[in-house]
Write a new protein. Sequence first.
Length: 134
Amino acid sequence: MNLIICLDDKNGMMFNKRRQSRDSVLCERLLSLFGGKLYMSAYSSKLFPENAPITVCDFGACAEKDNFFFAEDTDFSLDNAEKIIIYRWNRHYPADKHFNFDLASLGYTLISSTDFAGSSHPVITEQIFQKKGK
C-alpha cells in the first residue's frame, strides 16, 4: 500500500474536520500518476470529477500492495505502507489533525523531491519516501 497526504509547514492535515486547502493542479497530477489505483474516502472524492478513475472506500478495505490511498479525513496506519507521498503546501494553516510520524525512525528514506506550480499555490513540493528494504 502507498499513502498520499497533503501537509502544511507544521505537518497539519485538517482543521475543524475540513481540509486545509485544495489545488486543482494537484488533483490532476494525482489522477495522471495514480489513476485507476487511486483510493480515498467519500469526503476526498468530492475534489475530483465525477467520472474520475478513483475508488471510494475505507482505508482498511483498500490497503492492498499496489494501491495508492489519498488520506485526508480518514484514519490510517503506516504498518504496510511501502511508499508515502507527501504534497507540501509550503504554507502554515490552522490545523487540529497532524501527521505525527517520524519517517526516518520508521525506516523511510526520501527518494525524490520535486516542486511544481499549483493553481492556488505557487509552489507545491512532492516528496516520495520509500520504506527501506521494499
